[in-house]
Ligand binder design. Sequence first.
Ligand code: SF4
Length: 668
Amino acid sequence: MATVHATSCPLDCPDTCSLDVTVEEGRVAKIAAGNGHPATSGFICSKLARFDRRLYHPDRLLYPMRRVGAKGEGRFDRISWGEAIATITGRFKQIVEQWGGEAVLPYNYGGSNGMLTDGFIDALFFARLGASRLQKTLCAAPTTAVATAMYGKMPGVAFEDYPMAQSIIVWGANPKASSIHFVPHLREAKRRGAFIAIVDPRRNFSQREVDLHLPVRPGTDLPLALGLIKLWHDAGQLDRGFLDRHAKGLEPLLRRAEEWSLDRVAEVTGVPHEDITLLAGRFAGAAPAVIRCGWGLERNRNGGQAVAAVLAIPALLGKFGVRGGGYTLSNSGAVRSRMAEGLGTVPPDTRLINMSELGMVLNEHTMRNAPVKGLFVYNCNPVATAPDQNAVIEGLRRDDLFTVVFEQVYTDTTKYADILLPATTFLEHADVRVSYGSYVVAGVTPVVDPEGEARSNPDVFAELGRAMGWDDQAFHWDAESYVHRAAAHLRLPGGNADADVLNAGGVQPVAFPDATPVQFETVSPQTPDGLVDLTPAVLGDDPYGYLPPENTRYPLALISPANTKMISSTLGEFNYEELVVTMHPEDAGPRNLADGDQVKVYNELGEVVCLVEVRTMVRPGVVSMPKGAWVKSSRNGSTSTALCPASVNVVAGGACYNDARVEVVRSG
Ligand code: SF4
């Protein structure tokens, strides 16, 4: 008999959909949109609708394994959980004794995880071990640092309120790939007459869907934002009253903007003069006017500065105080977590390792005095996602590196593990997800039994903690109580999270005083002095200073954005089979390349052999490969990250994927 179970999607996506999962004879038969969610009405993405393919995939990890072949060969023998736990704790004890706790590095991200599976008992385990701490920088580090410093992560304009806006800029985001429930609101805004502009090197919306597309060269969002600010300043359009009352740090920003004449902005960004002035006029003159700031503009050496300049715009023009006016970035700041207090986590003071620099960190010659000897990878696939893929693989091949990979399926990274541990998926365990797009806290509840001997993250880290001989309460908690414990430490406007709703797989909407937040009306900056800081210290020694591209040997800028099949590396085992690079006809022609040709994309870091598609959707001078593709999708076992430098942003050490510069030639 079929039964239908309510749960929520915890994938790294702003929408956090409610789901109805149909189970027949103990197996997931159908995944569809659930009810009761205020923003994700009626549909889910095609990726998640086929998540059963991950659950029952032939590459699903079902048992703990021990490596029997060479690293990279992918040969393993099944072992028991007891043997796996004893091996891991035994090796970690040896490493800590000989090299110190910091020689162990946890390497994790949140591709399909919520509060219980990322930063919960795992965090306590590594803190007790005295392990190195991981600086999470692959995505959102600069945006989070800037938004926190400027506005204290003030809740943003709800997507449902966008149809009220007269002018909308979507800057560095492709909601058709990574926030599909925002798209109907954009369409409704357009139907009501809003002026919609998109800033993106790729054209993801047709000319009928939006009014203006500004295809900036990668890394030049900062000059565009500063050029707009100069136009508004020169035209006397800044809202001096608002700025006097609510902001500080104005002058350094204006001094930098002064350097960006319209001619210079057009030359550097590659955007025509008339489009820049059109956008300036249509945004400044509209009320309400709103900016959807995404994460695409942060992935380069100017990224943190660019995000700050973009987020300054609504303050400079006084766009706040009306419904549908202001900005949206991450909305997760509406819910505050005090989970660390609940865990009694030891305050860590160990070294911080930037996850974008994994290749450098794992290659011992660069870390001679403090090598990483133990690596515990979970919730992520660094071979596919960390910059400088070849350096990452070289490090993972080290014979003296003890590597544990705790995963749901065989990935690009699992074949370098010494011990493999099988992890449950979100359909097999409980979790709690705080959305960063829609305003909900969502409950994830198991709808089927785990496949094979897969176990959840908190269960495994609790067992590891006990096996180490530690007596912290959290290592002995009853798994049934996890959701209640998480809920007790989540603070929403007006009260705590409701554990009963979350345990039942439901969503709890964030209850703002007036349905959705109105910036500077019902929600305010959460900075220490309550002011917007227009030149925050996180911007470093040269705030709003522009850095031109460093790599000038190769003529094409490579970007690697999310696509409709993959918004992270999750689901690469079945969802992205053939790697393709997209190129403009003006670039393909002189290289004698045609649609469907096999090409080599290369630079000083590596080369990728794949197919080319020739399209006008990318601007000339830019090529695009999908984010998160697995090495098996490419024809030479390398993907876009093999071409991405491991250099990091001055703001919060963010990854600079889009600083990759490449050449493309026919191959084979
Ligand atoms: S990935 Fe995003 S759009 Fe797809 S089901 Fe999950 S939350 Fe919804």
